[in-house]
Design a protein around this ligand. Structure first.
Ligand SMILES: NC(=O)c1ccc[n+]([C@@H]2O[C@H](COP(=O)([O-])OP(=O)(O)OC[C@H]3O[C@@H](n4cnc5c(N)ncnc54)[C@H](OP(=O)(O)O)[C@@H]3O)[C@@H](O)[C@H]2O)c1
Length: 281
């Protein structure tokens, strides 16, 4: 636990979306928030909001993809706050395109941020947490970390990987007093889709996905209208951090819960038909 009266939460990727919503929500609930981003410019909106509302949010520029950046910045943050009570590994982006079209480089890059960076941050805070015998690691995965939809295989793979690592670390760290949870959002209104990386060879003429891509895009535009306020995810993150005995998985959003239940209880072929009808017909 940190030494101050307030509990301290470090959130990565806080310049917008779920990260920013969570920073504001937790600060309003009385947490001291350390909000990180790769860019000071992109933190401007959060900074001015925090100043306006006098919220206990400090912003830190740190590229979670870089050993060098994290090694040079994180120890200072931990020293300043007397450690952190919770880490929210939120930074992430979506890689989109047919599995066949993905390059190894595109896959490596998305794993770098969505998986290795989260791991790097866990390694950074865990010595302090295990020494004190308390703390919570919140890994923001996705409903795509449970069921992967067409053209999201690269992104889903990173989220499955993070869920797998988290599941083992949850068991290992529970006896040491540290809680590991995953948050699995459905569709939320953030910059995720604007920032989505479309694989270079998605539309390559030697690939045969053209009509499927068009149908997917048409369906997807309809579903995007269902995207909800990311503060709903922030509330669930708060619930997980506050709990002494949090669940492992927090699925957020009715469509995500429904999809996961359907994948678990329906026969595989039927589930596949339903997903194909919903996205590719
Ligand atoms: N929105 C949804 O519907 C949804 C659903 C399921 C899961 N999620 C997950 O929720 C998390 C937050 O996403 P969001 O929806 O809030 O999207 P967002 O608005 O795009 O925010 C993502 C944050 O991640 C950081 N980020 C993006 N690309 C990065 C890169 N290459 N290297 C390092 N950091 C990077 C950015 O931080 P800086 O630019 O500030 O460094 C940004 O603030 C992600 O892990 C995402 O996979 C979102």
């Amino acid at each position: 636990m940190s030494r101050g009266e307030r509990k301290t939460v470090l959130i990565t990727g806080s310049s917008g979306g779920i990260g920013m919503a969570t920073a504001i929500y937790l600060a309003e609930k009385g947490y001291s928030v350390v909000a990180t981003s790769r860019s000071d410019d992109r933190l401007a909106a959060l900074k001015s909001l925090a100043a306006e509302r006098r919220l206990p949010i400090s912003t830190v520029v740190m590229d979670v993809n870089s050993d060098e950046a994290v090694n040079s910045v994180l120890p200072g943050v931990l020293a300043e706050h007397g450690g952190v009570d919770a880490l929210v590994n939120n930074a992430g982006y979506s890689l989109w395109g047919p599995g066949e079209s993905l390059s190894i480089g595109e896959l490596r890059d998305v794993f770098e941020t969505n998986f290795y960076a989260a791991f790097r941050m866990m390694q950074g805070v865990l010595p302090g947490m295990t020494e004190l015998g308390s703390g919570t690691i919140v890994n923001v995965t996705s409903v795509e970390g449970r069921i992967v939809t067409p053209f999201n295989g690269g992104y889903g793979a990173t989220k499955f990987a993070l869920e797998g690592l988290s599941e083992a670390m949850r068991l290992e760290l529970w006896p040491l007093g540290v809680r590991v949870v995953v948050i699995e959002p459905g569709l939320y209104s953030t910059n995720l889709f604007a920032n989505q990386v479309v694989a270079d060879r998605t539309e390559a003429s030697d690939l045969r996905y053209g009509p499927l891509l068009a149908r997917y895009r048409k369906h997807r535009a309809g579903y995007d209208r269902l995207a909800k306020d990311p503060v709903k995810v922030a509330r669930v993150i708060h619930r997980a951090i506050r709990s002494k005995r949090p669940r492992f998985r927090y699925t957020v959003g009715a469509e995500a819960t429904l999809g996961i239940l359907a994948s678990r209880y329906l026969p595989e072929r039927l589930f596949q038909t339903l997903v194909s009808r919903a996205l590719l017909r």
